[in-house]
Design a protein around this ligand. Structure first.
Ligand SMILES: O=C(O)CCC(=O)C(=O)O
Ligand SMILES: [Fe+2]
Length: 250
């Protein structure tokens, strides 16, 4: 289960690590069934824009079935191997890309961003950062047109340099122009696949042009010292990752 030297070196280079089939079929079934019910019964089309900014099915965020996707299958152990120590994760975020054909215009493409910095809907001076994003695939994402997450491998290093050298608190640009122009690599997968992504890796999602919802559960994991040194941590990409300090990049 533990990370190989190659995986650690690749994570330093790309900011991303993918473990296929980490969540068990039973865990996926329980989570998907709850999310499905909520999507069908609780969600009004008017909710979609706000849910897309925060979470779908907010009533499920702290449920055992959702949290198990992170705590009960080794994902939390991998996060701890990368960060050395972590604060407990108490909520899941559910992100659904709804079929554009069914809900036209309600879910535009998201601009390239890193979470929690210069959010368009928040005070630009407020940082809501963390150390590591863990994403669990809950629907078939074999076609990038279904609203797959697109990420920029290696972008964590560019972002850290930009935050250190050019950006300052209160700036409303989410990323530098050369990153804004990028399309990124689609994260494709099957239910149970898990993505571990450095918090500074820029990413985007497009509209879902397939006829079924694209469903991901996300967990935001922090090194225990992150909250007291957010600015330093976005300028030094390895501050929150003591076990990786001495690992050479691949
Ligand atoms: O829908 C996704 O996969 C990710 C959305 C996103 O980037 C976010 O909510 O910050
Ligand atoms: Fe994001």
């Amino acid at each position: 289960m533990s990370l190989t030297a190659e995986e650690k070196a690749a994570f330093k280079r790309d900011g991303v690590l993918i473990r296929r089939g980490l969540a068990t079929p039973d865990q996926i079934k329980r989570a998907v069934s709850l999310i499905d019910q909520s999507y069908r019964k609780e969600m009004a089309p008017d909710d979609i824009p706000a849910y897309s900014r925060r979470t779908f099915a907010p009533e499920l965020g702290d449920s055992d079935e959702l949290l198990a996707l992170y705590t009960q299958n080794g994902a939390a152990d991998l996060a701890t191997e990368l960060l050395g120590n972590t604060t407990p994760v108490t909520t899941a975020q559910i992100q659904i890309r709804v079929p554009e054909s069914e809900f036209p215009g309600l879910q535009p493409e998201k601009a390239m961003h890193v979470d929690g910095v210069s959010c368009p809907h928040l005070d630009p001076r407020e940082l809501r950062t963390f150390s590591l994003l863990v994403g669990v695939v809950l629907s078939d994402i074999s076609d990038p047109r279904c609203g797959a997450l697109h990420y920029l491998p290696g972008g964590h290093l560019t972002m850290a340099r930009w935050f250190a050298d050019e950006w300052s608190l209160g700036v409303t640009d989410q990323v530098p122009p050369e990153i804004d122009r990028e399309r990124g690599t689609p994260f494709l997968g099957q239910p149970g696949d898990v993505l571990l992504m450095h918090h500074l890796v820029p990413h985007t999602v497009a509209q879902n042009s397939m006829p079924f919802p694209r469903v991901m559960a996300y967990f935001r994991v922090s090194h225990p010292d992150h909250a007291s040194r957010r600015l330093e941590a976005i300028r030094d990409p390895w501050l929150d990752y003591p076990p990786l300090a001495e690992i050479p990049s691949a």
